[in-house]
Design a protein around this ligand. Structure first.
Ligand code: HMG
Ligand code: MG
Length: 285
């Protein structure tokens, strides 16, 4: 099994989306440029969602236009519908991500539709991306528990993840949106998903509400996952998931992986510069 772990840096999106104070686009650009220097293969730069729903990321076009693209780094963005996809494509993203939920309550609060409706909405986006040659990542939120519906059945996670693969997502990231997971519950969930879907195409996205995220990464590593999402400085959460405090912080994740014998390709000194800059531009990092 590979000893390389890909870290998908989601701070500029999953981190900043939760900041109340509007951060000017040029500061987001500067943060992304510092992250690019740290050697990430993937940086989720922003979201092309409704600016009424997430005002902080209303400047997605300006952010993508401002960054200095580093060869070898893919710049990604969330796209909930065709309108978002078209905006993202015009802005020159390298890949997009659709986001579904394993729980109905979160689906309605986050994207204003049922799970089934969200999949119908994603289908034309996946078709367009295929003909445009744009890779699409999928997210499944609330893989352990939902802030509205409570505990979530692992079979629901498996079925939504399977639907996203069937539509053409190259990878599906399993989101513990409110950080409810423990190594045991994460392993139980993965043991339901893995007989159907290969570990090489799954990612772990663990919010760190209860300080369990690193332990959850270890549980997922033991079951073969080699891609993890994290945010510089542990910033963030989700405006539609009360209690979803921080994301798993990238620095401690890199440290844990490297201590455990995995390579990440991340330059820790460069990452520290991005963390330092983040602290200077946000209230919560
Ligand atoms: P809606 O209100 O049902 O959409 O929202 P609508 O199609 O009826 O459109 C309403 C208005 O929004 C219209 O404008 C549209 O043009 C506009 P109006 O006519 O009123 O002026 N609109 C858009 N504008 C720009 N870009 C777009 C877009 N789409 C519609 N793409 C919608 C539905 C999905 C748009 C909305 O619910 C939304 O934007 N939700 C996004 C919420 C969000 O970003 N949540 C956080 C990300 S998910 C997350 O954090 C979880 C994750 O990290 C994994 C985990 O941790 O579990 C990924
Ligand atoms: Mg998240």
């Amino acid at each position: 099994m590979s000893d390389h772990v890909r870290i998908y840096e989601v701070g500029p999106r999953d981190g900043l989306q939760n900041e109340d104070m509007l951060i000017p686009a040029e500061r987001k650009v500067a943060l992304i440029d510092l992250l690019s220097q740290a050697g990430f293969e993937k940086i989720e730069a922003t979201s092309f969602v409704s600016p009424k729903w997430v005002p902080q990321l209303a400047d997605a076009e300006a952010v993508l236009a401002g960054i200095t693209r580093k060869p070898g780094t893919d710049y990604a963005a969330l796209t909930p519908n065709m309108k978002g996809y078209e905006r993202a494509l015009a802005a020159g993203v390298d890949e997009v991500a659709v986001f579904a939920s394993a729980s109905e309550g979160f689906s309605r609060k986050n994207i204003n539709c049922s799970i089934a409706e969200s999949l119908v909405r994603f289908a034309p986006l996946l078709d367009a991306a295929k003909s445009d040659g744009v890779p699409v990542r999928g997210y499944v939120s609330c893989v352990i528990a939902c802030p509205y519906d409570g505990p979530v059945a692992s079979e629901a996670v498996r079925d939504v993840a399977q639907a996203l693969f069937d539509m053409g997502c190259y990878e599906v990231s399993l989101g513990d949106t409110i950080g409810a997971g423990t190594p045991e519950s994460v392993a139980t969930m993965l043991e339901t998903v893995l007989p159907r879907l290969p570990a090489e195409r799954l990612a772990g996205h663990f919010h760190d509400t209860r300080d369990n995220a690193l332990d959850n990464v270890m549980a997922a590593l033991a079951l073969g996952l080699r891609v993890f999402d994290s945010a510089v400085g542990g910033l963030g959460g989700c405006p539609y998931a009360p209690g979803a405090k921080g994301n798993l912080a990238t620095g401690p994740l890199v440290a844990l992986l490297e201590q455990s014998g995995f390579s990440t390709g991340i330059d820790r000194e460069a990452l520290a510069k991005a963390e330092q800059y983040l602290r200077s531009i946000t209230a919560s990092a």
